[in-house]
Unconditional design. Structure first.
Length: 302
């Protein structure tokens, strides 16, 4: 994403230093986390949702927690009266990890629960889906916000750098209103938007050839023909394995080997230093990118 300098969490380090710290995580120390009235759980592949969650936590004085860190817990009982979820959408729905979190969340009926989803094409009714999941557990979604970000999936390279910058500017314009709503514990409208309406936008029309290419490939050779793979440029650096939020990648004989529980976040593809990862070795128009204010060590620390 050109036009904005990377802040990398304020570290001021270059990409080589980020890579060394990521591959050698012993050098990274998590900051002390104090008990807060608000806890924000996040999931992120490109760093877009992490940037949003981090900004919210800073404004609200909230504790910031990666969803991956509680993925194996049988029950989750936050020490806060307000619980937030920040996540991207995959195929117009929340990641499965988010829905599993809700089923294990304790005392959901006694908490103010809010959510912010980031999306590249349209939010659809994904936040309403989240509300239904919460209601099935005795709670409800008090406020749901949808924030447009650059599309990072199939066809994303059709977006120009100018279009990406405009999309990144959406979040700073919205943070005040969202934080005000959460601070006041306001019951707010759950936001939504429909994919077909979004596809008439010029920026997204340019993605259609890639989306059609994807559909044809799946129809002809099946979805397994688009399994993640590493090309000849892979040097076995292990970044993909360390950044995977669900531990789906093993390194075998110096090469990544994907298992069977991929979250579909494309983090391995977007953060590969060699840009060696693709869907089945095919060009699906995915541009390796990440949020300009999020660095590799920020993602590894999840």
């Amino acid at each position: 994403m050109s036009g904005r300098g990377r802040q990398d969490g304020g570290s001021g380090r270059d990409d080589a230093e980020e890579l060394r710290a990521a591959v050698n995580p012993d050098s990274a120390v998590l900051p002390h986390r104090e008990v807060s009235r608000t806890e924000i759980y996040y999931f992120s592949g490109t760093g877009n949702s992490l940037a949003v969650a981090r900004d919210l936590a800073g404004r609200l004085g909230a504790r910031l927690i990666p969803l991956a860190s509680v993925a194996e817990q049988e029950s989750i009982d936050p020490a806060a009266d307000a619980v937030g979820l920040v996540f991207p959408l995959y195929d117009f729905r929340p990641p499965s990890m988010v829905e599993r979190f809700i089923r294990r969340l304790g005392n959901v009926g006694g908490r103010y629960v809010f959510a912010v989803c980031t999306y590249g094409i349209a939010p659809s009714r994904s936040l309403h889906r989240l509300d239904r999941a919460l209601r099935a557990c005795g709670g409800h979604l008090a406020a749901g916000f949808a924030v447009a970000m650059p599309h990072s999936g199939i066809g994303g390279q059709a977006l120009s750098s100018t279009e990406r910058e405009k999309l990144l500017a959406n979040w700073p314009r919205r943070i005040d209103g969202i934080c005000g709503c959460i601070s006041a514990r306001t019951e707010a409208r759950i936001e939504s938007g429909f994919p077909l309406r979004a596809l008439v936008r010029p920026a997204l029309v340019k993605m259609l050839p890639y989306l059609l290419r994807y559909v044809k490939q799946v129809a002809r050779k099946g979805v397994q023909s688009l399994a993640m793979t590493a090309g000849r440029d892979c040097d076995g650096c292990r970044v993909c394995a360390r950044i995977c939020p669900v531990g789906n990648i093993d390194i075998v004989a110096g090469r990544p080997l994907w298992q069977d529980h991929c979250a579909g976040c494309f983090a391995c593809l977007h953060w590969c230093p060699k840009k060696a990862i693709s869907l089945g070795g095919l060009d699906m128009g995915i541009q390796a990118c990440h949020h300009p204010d999020v660095g590799l060590t920020d993602m590894i620390r999840r």
